[in-house]
Design a protein around this ligand. Structure first.
Ligand SMILES: NC(=O)c1ccc[n+]([C@@H]2O[C@H](COP(=O)([O-])OP(=O)(O)OC[C@H]3O[C@@H](n4cnc5c(N)ncnc54)[C@H](OP(=O)(O)O)[C@@H]3O)[C@@H](O)[C@H]2O)c1
Length: 317
């Protein structure tokens, strides 16, 4: 064996060793996160008797997060939504889940409230509450072929998923730097933000923005604020037209994962199945972006048909 052969053999051995070590560390980390580590005590970390405020809190993930925060964490809850009846009904459910906590509702429609002053007013109107966790959860996902995409839907996605989320993240960042304790911001993204998604171009693009933006902000403000990007795949809510299947998460799994990983992670997902799905997606993307888009486009075509059918049935009811 020449000196050169020997060097190559050694290099291959050490690269292999590094790979095995990395896999072992990742596996140990995975076990710890999913089965051993407990979520932070939110009162100790963010302030006793403080409040959580959730946008899009009248349905799906947001509503379940309010119920979980009240029942399991004993946090006071600000329920932010656009529909007065739904706000009242959600508040009643949250109060029932834990009669000891305080609640407040706040009406806010992202599609109407586009000026900076209106966002500042939202924070000012809630200035007497010691909000320590702010959750940008409101979002919408109309499915259309891009050539047929209604201009109004583009506006509403932009206002809600991007514009409103960014302004509220900024306003609450400033507010949280004024608190003595640490605080937290959770921004809800989606697996649709991992790759370009045909038939979901604008929504996917908006969630890619949320992922990039949230992780960068989290890095900057980590001295004072825990920033978490929550990126679920399909969840059984109105947005997915109550999708079902082994890979569909429940809103309860979402709340559990958020509180489990808040203060520890920069990004998380509802469960192991969806983490695995994202991993496969990343490998596919690495191999070929075209192939990934073709698969995603095919899947969303099926969803498009399912959405159209369900929406038509609802209209006829
Ligand atoms: N479900 C999924 O499969 C899935 C997957 C990945 C990511 N996500 C993300 O998870 C978040 C929550 O969605 P969800 O699944 O819980 O859906 P959902 O049940 O439809 O809830 C969406 C919430 O956002 C509110 N909202 C929508 N547009 C609004 C506007 N213009 N102004 C104010 N509020 C508005 C809705 O208010 P109303 O109650 O008045 O309609 C509702 O409370 C979204 O950001 C979504 O993109 C969901």
């Amino acid at each position: 064996m020449t000196d050169c052969d020997c060097c190559i053999t050694k290099a291959v051995f050490y690269i292999g060793l590094l790979f095995v070590l990395q896999c072992l560390i990742k596996f140990a980390y995975f076990i710890n996160r999913n089965f051993v580590r407990k979520g932070h005590d939110v009162h100790e970390r963010y302030g006793k008797d403080s409040w959580i405020a959730v946008t899009g809190a009248t349905s799906g993930i947001g509503k379940e997060l309010c119920l979980h925060a009240a029942k399991e964490k004993g946090l006071n809850v600000v329920i932010i939504g656009r529909n007065p009846e739904k706000l009242k009904a959600t508040e009643a459910e949250v109060k029932k889940a834990n009669p000891k906590i305080k609640t407040k509702t706040y009406r806010f429609d992202f599609n109407d409230s586009t000026s900076i002053d209106e966002y500042q007013k939202l924070s000012d109107d809630l200035k007497d509450l010691d909000i320590s966790i702010f959750v940008n959860n409101a979002g919408l996902m109309p499915l259309h072929y891009w050539k047929d995409f209604p201009l109004e839907a583009i506006k509403e996605i932009t206002e809600t998923n991007i514009h409103g989320l960014s302004l509220l993240t900024k306003i609450f960042t400033e507010r949280f730097y004024g608190r003595d304790k640490r605080s937290a911001i959770v921004n809800v993204a989606s697996t649709a933000g991992y790759a370009p998604i045909p038939l979901n171009c604008h929504y996917g693009g908006s969630k890619a923005y949320v992922r990039s933006f949230t992780k960068a902000v989290g890095h900057e403000v980590s001295d004072k604020i825990d920033v978490l990007c929550f990126s679920p795949g399909y969840v059984d809510t109105a947005l997915s037209r109550n999708a079902k299947g082994y890979n569909v998460a429940s809103p309860e799994q979402c709340s559990h994962a958020i509180f489990r990983d808040l203060g520890y992670e920069r990004e998380t997902q509802p469960n192991i199945v969806q983490e695995n799905e994202t991993f496969s997606f990343a490998i596919m993307l690495f191999i070929s972006e075209w192939m990934t888009m073709s698969v995603a486009g095919f899947l969303f075509k099926q969803d498009f048909v399912r959405f159209e059918k369900i929406d038509a049935e609802k209209k006829n009811d």
